[in-house]
Design a protein around this ligand. Structure first.
Ligand code: UD1
Length: 425
């Protein structure tokens, strides 16, 4: 099993560049199914989750070519299958994004239910209810969600919750539906805007992405084109928190600070000097961070995907901080791992209360999920002594060459690679 080994305490300084966004690349890759003409995507990050989506698309009959330099070419002009393989969907729930595009293009789709994962149950009921509103008949058969339709018809859909995945899946399905679809209570995450921009680039007619109401005028077919994926705001946020914890001078480049206002506000409240321009953020931290309180919320609120990383910073802040997690019901697995490093945290229902300590101490810990893994790296970088992180395959799902990039800032960090078992999200 691969491990990341860190000798903590090195001061970090310099620039670190952000990759393309995983959470934008995955739905956009699924979206290529909607067109029978060639599509080229740039700024696609080199991640295990992207490799999984590549395999899902190929299994469905899409030709996929990784031409290097973060560029992929896709061609979905051939015969497409309507059934995604269980093994792939099980290993990455974002595979479920192919359901909307397949339903739109083939009028049928059979996708294994993705099941829960380490952070929660994560049902897909909102996606399925939306497909029904568009005129599909949906059933559950043999562990799969099955949807069939003679024709998809535009409709008004009010989401029970602004689910990111459901908004994306329904937006894709509605792209080729007859007439107008209005999705109300849509998620407003920047990745939704990126998906809409991609779809519009290849001929869709989507308005309002990034607001609570998205309107899609169905078109007969989509064309080809080239699109560049947005920068990863979670990666950028992770690096900004890393710099803030480390008391060095870290500049995060190739990002969009307008996606990170909630985090930047909290870092300022913690006493961090944050400056930013159109595509970079610089952080310089004081001798000790202040304690703060956060609540995770749908965008533009504080992102659940940055909660674990900020908790690592709170562990060494002056005073008592708290985090209330409102998006996922089980997203505190990193608490017991941080406790192994000397953190003082108690959990009361969905709120973690973090009593800051002077110093964390290196220990063997696990990356219990993707962002929890990032939090362990951040904690290890400031801890006294050696931290050994196992289950690194979780980190590989969302961070491209994390070790190499952090080492360039001056960290004493290395990866020891041994073959991993099959991964499960
Ligand atoms: C996406 C992101 C993930 C992020 C999350 C919330 C991708 C690939 N993943 O996940 O990194 O943490 O948004 O910002 O983009 N829910 C239902 N029924 C549904 C759908 C969702 O109850 O049909 C619930 C979920 O269980 C969860 C909440 O809604 O508690 C939010 O989920 P959602 O916004 O759908 O997240 P994902 O799209 O899965």
């Amino acid at each position: 099993m691969a491990k990341i080994i860190i000798e903590g305490g090195n001061k970090l300084s310099g620039s670190i560049s952000v990759s393309g966004a995983k959470n934008a690349a995955l739905p956009i890759m699924a979206g290529v199914i909607l067109s029978s003409e060639p599509v080229e995507l740039a700024n696609v990050p080199a991640l295990n989750d992207v490799n999984t989506m590549d395999k899902v698309l190929q299994a469905l009959g899409v030709k996929v070519e990784n031409v290097g330099n973060s560029v992929y070419r896709f061609n979905a002009s051939g015969q497409l299958g309507d059934e995604a393989p269980y093994e792939l969907v099980k290993s990455m729930r974002a595979s479920f994004f192919v359901m909307g595009p397949l339903l739109a293009r083939l009028k049928k789709a059979r996708i294994p239910l993705p099941g829960g994962c380490a952070i929660g149950v994560r049902p897909v009921n909102i996606h399925l209810k939306g497909f029904e509103a568009l005129g599909a008949t949906v059933s559950i058969e043999g562990g799969c969600a099955v949807a069939v339709a003679d024709k998809l018809r535009g409709n008004k859909i009010v989401l029970d919750f602004p689910s990111v995945g459901a908004t994306e899946n329904l937006m894709m399905a509605a792209t080729l539906a007859e007439g107008r679809t209005q999705i109300e209570n849509s998620a407003q995450e920047p990745e939704i805007i990126d998906l809409a921009n991609f779809l519009n680039t290849i001929g869709a007619k989507i308005n309002g992405a990034g607001s609570q109401t998205i309107t899609i005028e169905g078109v007969d077919k989509l064309g080809g084109g080239r699109y560049s994926v947005m920068p990863d705001r979670v990666e950028a946020g992770t690096f900004a928190v890393m710099g803030a914890m480390n008391k060095g001078n870290v500049r995060v480049e190739n990002c969009d600070p307008s996606h990170l206002h909630a985090l930047i506000n909290k870092l300022c409240e913690m006493g961090v000097e944050v400056s930013y321009d159109e595509n970079s953020i610089s952080v310089h931290a004081p001798s000790r961070l202040n304690a703060v309180e956060i609540k995770t919320l749908p965008f533009p609120g504080f992102a659940t995907d940055l909660q674990a990383q900020l908790m690592a910073a709170m562990c060494i802040a002056n005073g008592t901080s708290s985090i209330t997690e409102t998006i996922f019901e089980n997203r505190f697995m990193h608490v017991s791992e941080l406790a192994r490093m000397g953190a003082s945290i108690t959990i009361h229902d969905r709120t973690a209360v973090i009593h800051g300590v002077e110093m964390l101490k290196g220990a063997p810990v696990s990356a219990t999920d993707l962002r929890a893994g990032a939090a362990m790296v951040l904690a290890g970088l400031v801890a006294e002594g050696r931290t050994e992180i196992s289950q690194v395959f979780h980190i590989d799902r969302g961070y491209e060459n994390l070790v190499g990039r952090v080492r360039n800032l001056g960290a004493n960090i290395e990866r020891v690679d041994e073959p991993d078992p099959a991964t499960e999200e």
